[in-house]
Design a binder for this molecule. Structure first.
Ligand code: NAP
Length: 344
């Protein structure tokens, strides 16, 4: 099969190569992939930016999200059959959805939402689960509470706004002016043009900030947060709290030296936490089949809508990576792997 692989970190671009179709374990399904979505984590993985949390062997096929059709099932899999249309976010230690087939645990897949195309479905798992875990699991947003979602026009932001509105929040978001219509159509109550306005001058007493940017933008979140509020970042640095809670895909804790390393590099964030009396959380999303099924229900009942910027054929994966790297995506970038199931 064809797969987009890297042979070393910081490789310019993944290269489409002929490799063996993966073999499945008894608890796996083999999926013929119809569509996959690009996430900034693919670029970070390519550049070795996640080495502290994830160890990969080379050559490595990139890609985390997929939709497709089951072509083989493991002997212990009882809830799927060959021919089922499914979608999911694969386990972090078994990535590789930029390929014609993926072998993945049946535990991370869910049936394709009935009202979505394969391309629409592939846009959801990673950003949908991340946003759900931030806004519901960590923040536990209650109706009427105020949340700032940074970069409301991105892959994360477009779905996070919709989930925050579903939970009843008042939603402020940053983006550039040309994306105001988009973020407002998704439910944002207040849009702030980050190029000409400063969210710190406009917002105060926020219950939560969902930070997608890290760095100084993350530090500034502590200027608008209420005492007892929560700043949840998916792009900042992992802290000691994260290290204490983290388990890898095999259930193992992080070694102590990493906990101390995270504690050291987040000294400033810890100071900001104390000064603002708020809490800082770093989130590293995890695949979760039950939550994916919840998202399926929300997609099928029209609460959530996929937002797709563009669909790019697999053979032009370089273009997809370049566009993601530009940081200008409005919603999701989709890779189309095959037209074989287009009539669905
Ligand atoms: N830790 C985790 O588990 C996890 C999970 C998912 C994602 N992430 C991370 O979250 C980040 C966001 O992911 P994504 O998929 O949303 O990225 P994305 O789709 O590439 O984001 C692009 C969007 O960001 C907006 N943007 C860029 N700079 C901005 C700024 N300074 N202020 C406000 N908006 C800005 C752009 O709007 P304009 O064109 O108007 O500038 C564009 O619409 C990435 O770093 C990703 O790696 C982490």
């Amino acid at each position: 099969m064809k797969a987009a692989q890297i042979t070393h970190y910081k490789q310019e671009m993944p290269v489409i190569t002929d490799v063996e179709i993966p073999t499945i374990k008894s608890t796996d399904v083999l999926v013929k992939i119809v569509a996959a979505s690009i996430n900034p984590i693919d670029l970070k993985t390519k550049d070795g930016g996640l080495k502290m949390l994830l160890k990969y062997k080379m050559p490595l096929t990139l890609g985390s999200d997929f939709s497709g059709v089951i072509v083989q099932i493991g002997s212990e899999v009882t809830d799927y059959k060959i021919g089922d249309a499914v979608y999911g976010r694969v386990e972090k230690n078994r990535i590789g959805t930029f390929a014609e087939y993926i072998a993945t645990s049946a535990n991370v897949v869910a049936p394709l939402p009935k009202n979505l195309t394969f391309e629409e479905a592939a846009s959801i798992p990673l950003v949908g689960l991340t946003s759900y875990q931030a806004l519901r699991d960590i923040m536990n947003i209650q109706p009427g509470e105020k949340v700032l979602i940074q970069a409301g026009s991105g892959g994360i932001g477009t779905i996070a706004i919709q989930i925050a509105k579903m939970l009843g929040a008042y939603v402020a978001t940053t983006t550039s002016k040309e994306n105001f219509e988009l973020v407002k159509s998704l439910g944002a109550d207040l849009a702030i043009d980050y190029k000409t306005e400063d969210f710190m001058q406009i917002l105060s007493d926020y219950d939560y900030v969902f930070d997608t940017q890290g760095g100084k933008i993350l530090e500034n979140a502590f200027k608008i947060i209420k005492p007892d509020g929560k700043v949840v970042s998916i792009s900042g640095l992992p802290n000691e709290r994260f290290a204490d809670d983290y388990r890898d895909s095999d259930g193992k804790k992080l070694p102590l030296w990493k906990k101390y390393a995270f504690k050291f590099v987040t000294k400033n964030l810890t100071k900001l936490e104390h000064e603002s009396k708020a809490e800082y959380y770093f989130l590293f999303m995890r695949p979760d089949r039950e939550q994916l099924r919840t998202l399926t229900t929300l997609l099928e009942d029209g609460t959530l809508h996929p937002v797709i910027d563009r669909i790019i054929p697999f053979e032009n994966i370089d273009q997809a990576f370049e566009y993601s790297k530009s940081g200008r995506a409005k919603g999701k970038i989709i890779l189309k792997m095959t037209s074989e199931f287009d009539e669905k």
